[in-house]
Design a protein around this ligand. Structure first.
Ligand code: FES
Ligand code: FES
Length: 393
């Protein structure tokens, strides 16, 4: 546990927190301010938006401990704020909320828009609000409410951004005390960090028990021997995997490849190798892989097993895949999330669709790996989770 002292809604708060506790959890669980809502916990939906040192911030991706000395304002602390009073009235009048789940974050963001951009038109408001998702109301009422407040405040000067933006708690690095507190000089990046990626024997992750295991199944409408033969053609099958590219032609069961994952704010490019063993009698295979993304400092080890079963009287094949993997480095938190399961199932669906198209001989129907719409994939995953979240509430 770490000691934390900060100001919340004008009051000094001291508490002990786990280093991993994020600010939203801290405020809700320990300070019992439940006006800050938690949606995606990935910095995407905006439900947890509040103000840190006066600037809107995602509290779900801010460690509480990083807010030492910061001035945090939650929706509860804006009860008497002049702009917030106007916004609350406008939101009610314009039907800008239904369930209200997104509303604290929307209001925090709306207040920022009104103060910072007094001449914002509809297009600008929509752009500024694009980091806040509303599942049930739609945006017409919300945008209308903000416009009406801007209209009512016509002629009010913009509140400028702080001259220097800084890390949480630094008050924009405006105070000399904070500047003097900086003890560490940034370390220069060693030249080898820019060396071309090589798959060296180590450092490596021990395979051990994988941290995350995902089971997926999909059906290919082709007989099992045909699907098995297709899987044996590693070069052709690899092109069906979104984002994957072979680095050189496979040698036996040894493959060197690159996989690029762009998932919203997460971008990773793993270079790796894979050794595939196939059991022709059992229609089963296993692949052991490892890779690294040197830019992110991330390592991955994975074991993929797959088995082909006949279905539909032999006319089709069910492919059961188990992927066990361990990630280390900054991306490791991604593997602990349920989001990774959703991501994997959509990736599998894309792979199955491409595989089916490839086997039907329609190679033009296949998206080249680089053209995968990861943006839409990302939003479909996040949107699916947001919908489920609200379905539960
Ligand atoms: S809960 Fe923080 S952005 Fe969604
Ligand atoms: S009012 Fe926005 S999610 Fe319900």
């Amino acid at each position: 546990m770490e000691k934390l002292t900060l100001t919340v809604n004008g009051k000094k708060v001291s508490a002990e927190v786990q280093p991993r506790t994020h600010l939203a959890d801290f405020l809700r669980e320990q300070v019992v301010l439940t006006g800050t809502h938690i949606g995606c916990e990935h910095g995407v939906c905006g439900a947890c938006t509040l103000l840190i040192d006066g600037q809107p911030a995602r509290s779900c991706i801010t460690f509480a401990i990083a807010c030492e000395g910061a001035d945090v304002t939650t929706i509860e602390g804006l009860d008497d704020d002049e702009v917030m009073v106007q916004l609350r009235t406008a939101f009610s009048r314009e039907h800008a909320l239904q369930c209200g789940y997104c509303t604290p974050g929307m209001l925090a963001m709306a207040r920022d828009i009104v103060r910072r951009l007094p001449n914002a038109d509809e297009q600008r408001i929509r752009l500024e609000l694009s980091g806040n998702l509303c599942r049930c109301t739609g945006y017409v009422g919300i945008v209308g409410a903000i416009r009406s407040v801007l209209e009512a405040r016509k002629g009010t000067a913009a509140v400028p951004l702080p001259e220097k933006l800084g890390p949480v708690g630094s008050q924009g690095l405006a105070s000399e005390t904070v500047t003097a507190d900086v003890k560490h000089e940034p370390k220069p990046i060693p030249p080898e960090a820019f060396a071309p990626t090589k798959i060296a024997p180590g450092p490596d992750l021990p395979m051990g028990k994988p941290a995350t295991v995902i089971n997926q199944s999909f059906t290919v409408h082709r007989p099992r021997p045909e699907v098995w033969a297709q899987f044996g053609d590693i070069a052709s099958t690899a092109t069906c995997m979104p984002g994957a590219k072979l680095s050189k032609p496979p040698e036996g069961g040894h493959v060197e490849a690159e996989i690029r994952i762009k998932f919203g704010p997460i971008v990773a490019q793993f270079q790796g190798e894979l050794d595939v063993e196939r059991d022709d009698a059992q229609f089963r295979g296993v692949a052991h892989g490892r890779g690294r993304d040197d830019r992110q400092g991330a390592l991955v080890r994975a074991e993929v097993t797959y088995a082909l079963a006949e279905v539909e009287g032999g006319a089709a094949t069910r492919v059961d895949v188990t992927v066990g993997f361990t990630l280390a480095g900054p991306l490791a938190q991604f593997s602990r999330s349920g989001l990774v399961n959703d991501f994997a199932s959509r990736l599998t669906a894309e792979f199955a669709r491409n595989l089916e198209a490839r086997m039907a001989g329609g190679s033009e129907a296949i998206l080249p790996a680089e053209e995968l719409s990861t943006v839409s994939l990302f939003f479909s995953v996040v949107w699916g989770r947001v919908k489920r979240l609200f379905a539960r509430s």
